[in-house]
Every structure is written in structure tokens, then in C-alpha cells.
Design a protein around this ligand. Structure first.
Ligand code: PGA
Length: 249
């Protein structure tokens, strides 16, 4: 199966940005007629705006939480459960983002458990992995992403509900994008790992790239055979996001 047969997937990770006025502006430029039918689009607002955004956007655009916990309910102050997300019509979640791992100390093990729990409750998951600059410079990129992917894979039974996001930490929010060749090399090795679970999982699972994707670099990245879309941070808050969604046109 080629990249063109896997539906192109573009996620917009708004992180901790926006207010009602700026979100209304984003909803305005996200009109379905502006977005290619060949792309699956999911946006991820801060938790307190999830329900508002879900109600405002058409159902053709998915909405993702930026995190959720691995329990249905209970004494977990500050957390949200997958059941709560589903209750408000949000059925995607980003898990294992590098900011969760590196600022909030989430381990591979916790990320894996969260992925397994969210999937078991019927959520679809954007599972993030990626190496630090020091790990790349030490030649450890493949080993690091393989370790992170294994911790996730051990908790996945239905891969059709999972999108893997490769986001080199040194490229996130820095303006330093991986070159198409650097990203392709890692994506190909991740696909090989997925293919070792089953050839179908390797062929069908979308592996998207994240890290300083913008309207100028999205086309050359999208042209690589194992890059099936993007997870976009900063540029997802601007009309450039539409160009990125349509990068394959
Ligand atoms: P960026 O963030 O596009 O601002 O680099 C990407 C991400 O963190 O998902």
C-alpha cells in the first residue's frame, strides 16, 4: 500500500493557545469547502474549548483532546477521562506528545497504558514519539523511537484506530524542520517495525510527521513515500493550516 492509499491525515495541535475570539477565527478558515476531501482533518483545542469547538465544526472535521487519563473516573484531580471526552462528542486524543513527556514527566510506560485505555473506551489515538536533539546527535534516533513505539504497540490491538506521529523534539516549535529525507528515513524504519507485527499493520497504519511544519515545507515532506500527513502546532492556528491540509493537491 502506498502513501496515496493511506488517507492523508492532518492534525492541528493548538496546545495551550487561543481564546473564544481567536478560535472563532480558526473555525472561519476551516470551512469544509476549503479543505481537500482527500485529507482527514482533526483539530485539538485546549480542554476547556473542546465542547465549544466540537459544536461549531462540521462532523467531517474531527476533534481531539490533547491528553486523557487511564481511568474511567475518580480521584484524579486535573485529569479528564476518555468517557467524558466521548460524552461531549470528542473521539480523538493526542497521547505521548513530547511536551507531556518532557515537561510533565510522562514515561513510555504511562503513555502506553493511556493509549491502551483510551482505545479500549473507543477513542482514536494520535500516538506521539520522537527523539531529543542529544539522542539524535548520539546516533540513537532509531533506538529511541523503536523503544517508544514498542511501549505503545504493546497496548494496541486495533491499529485502525491509531495514527503514529513522529515528532523529533528538536524540530518542535523551533523552526528547524527535519529534511524530507531525515523524516522519511525514520518513517521507513517505523513502518518496518509495524510490519514486523503484521504486514497489514505496516501497510495500513498512518505515520505522520510533526515539527515546524508550515505552508512552505509541507509539500516536499508530503511527497515522501512513508509520510502520511502531519501533526501541526504553531501553523495550525493560522490560515496556513489550510495549505498544509491540502499539501497533496
Ligand atoms: P510545531 O509543533 O508545528 O509548532 O513545531 C508540532 C507539535 O508539537 O505537534
Amino acid at each position: 500500500m502506498s502513501a496515496r492509499e493511506r488517507k492523508f491525515f492532518v492534525g492541528g495541535n493548538w496546545k495551550m493557545n487561543g481564546d473564544t475570539a481567536s478560535i472563532n477565527g480558526i473555525i472561519e478558515f476551516m470551512k469544509p469547502e476549503n479543505l481537500s476531501d482527500d485529507s482527514e482533518v482533526v483539530v485539538s483545542p485546549p480542554t476547556c474549548y473542546l465542547q465549544y469547538v466540537r459544536q461549531k465544526l462540521p462532523v467531517s472535521i474531527g476533534v481531539a483532546a490533547q491528553n486523557c487519563y487511564k481511568a474511567e473516573k475518580g480521584a484524579f484531580t486535573g485529569e479528564v477521562s476518555p468517557l467524558m471526552l466521548k460524552d461531549i462528542g470528542v473521539n480523538w486524543v493526542i497521547l505521548g506528545h513530547s511536551e507531556r513527556r518532557n515537561i510533565f514527566g510522562e514515561s513510555d510506560e504511562l503513555v502506553g497504558e493511556k493509549v491502551g485505555f483510551a482505545l479500549s473506551k473507543g477513542m482514536r489515538v494520535i500516538a506521539c514519539i520522537g527523539e531529543l536533539l542529544s539522542e539524535r546527535e548520539a546516533g540513537k534516533t532509531e533506538a529511541v523511537v523503536a523503544r517508544q513505539l514498542k511501549a505503545i504497540a504493546d497496548n494496541v490491538s486495533n491499529w485502525s484506530d491509531v495514527v503514529v506521529a513522529y515528532e523529533p523534539v528538536w524540530a518542535i516549535g523551533t523552526g528547524k524542520t527535519a529534511t524530507p529525507e531525515q523524516a522519511q528515513e525514520v518513517h521507513a524504519s517505523l513502518r518496518k517495525t509495524l510490519s514486523s507485527i503484521s504486514s497489514q499493520i505496516g501497510a495500513q497504519t498512518r505515520i505522520i510527521y510533526g515539527g515546524s511544519v508550515n505552508a512552505g515545507n509541507c509539500r516536499s515532506l508530503a511527497a515522501m513515500s512513508d509520510i502520511d500527513g502531519f501533526l501541526v502546532g504553531g501553523a495550525s492556528l493560522k490560515p496556513d493550516f489550510v495549505t498544509i491540509v491540502n499539501a497533496q493537491d
